[in-house]
Design a protein around this ligand. Structure first.
Ligand code: GRF
Length: 199
């Protein structure tokens, strides 16, 4: 088993799709060869006690951990707790805090993030949620999409694992573009998590 922790600050629609996908699908190809690597979501981590993702964890009987700023940034970054829960892989699905280096070092090439644009464009500090879509539309881009990438010490910077594109039409608003992006996220993120976590 590969034990995944999903970190999320918000609604958690991606977390839900990932949990459901991993619970209902057989292991990916290389996971099948190494049955013990079959990934499952073992923990949901949030920095917000009222985040929607916690309800999703509860509904799926997955333990949840609410983290505090002080301990995350100046303490052990919860590495001991993650180790104790047997976590081998971390998925950021709308997690808004930058990860401390100590956590990244504890999970080298074992942390991935999804970004709602085609990196390296429209990434970096402050580029999240509607800010991303507003910037894409303001720049009159013809396409946008999703980027799934490894996490390193810089915002939205690690090696890219997967991208998918959608068209940005004249009539699109940040809201309609967000919907198109969400369709791509829900379609691809669970599959990429399953594949990458089992590596
Ligand atoms: C997604 O758009 C993702 O790209 C971004 O945060 C959002 C999370 O949405 N990093 P949800 O909470 O999974 O609905």
């Amino acid at each position: 088993m590969t034990n995944i922790a999903i970190f999320a600050s918000g609604t958690g629609t991606n977390a839900k799709k990932i949990i459901e996908h991993l619970a209902s699908h057989p292991a990916p190809l290389h996971g099948m060869e190494m049955g013990e690597r079959k990934p499952r979501v073992a923990l949901v981590v949030s920095n917000k006690a009222d985040a929607g993702v916690l309800k999703i964890a509860e509904a799926n009987k997955i333990p949840a951990l609410i983290i505090e700023k002080e301990k995350f940034f100046r303490g052990n970054a919860y590495v001991d707790e993650l180790n104790a829960a047997g976590i081998d892989f971390i998925v950021l699905a709308g997690f808004l805090w930058k990860l401390p280096s100590s956590l990244i070092k504890a999970y080298p090439k074992k942390i991935i993030n999804i970004h709602p644009a085609l990196l390296p464009k429209y990434g970096g500090k402050g580029m999240y949620g509607h800010f991303v879509h507003e910037a894409v539309i303001a720049a009159r881009e013809k396409e946008s999409g999703i980027t799934i990438h490894y996490v390193d010490d810089h915002y939205d910077n690690g090696d890219i694992i997967f991208q998918a594109k959608c068209e940005v039409e004249e009539k699109d608003t940040p809201e309609t573009l967000a919907k198109k992006i969400q369709v791509l996220e829900h379609r691809y993120f669970p599959i990429v998590v399953a594949e990458t976590a089992a590596l």
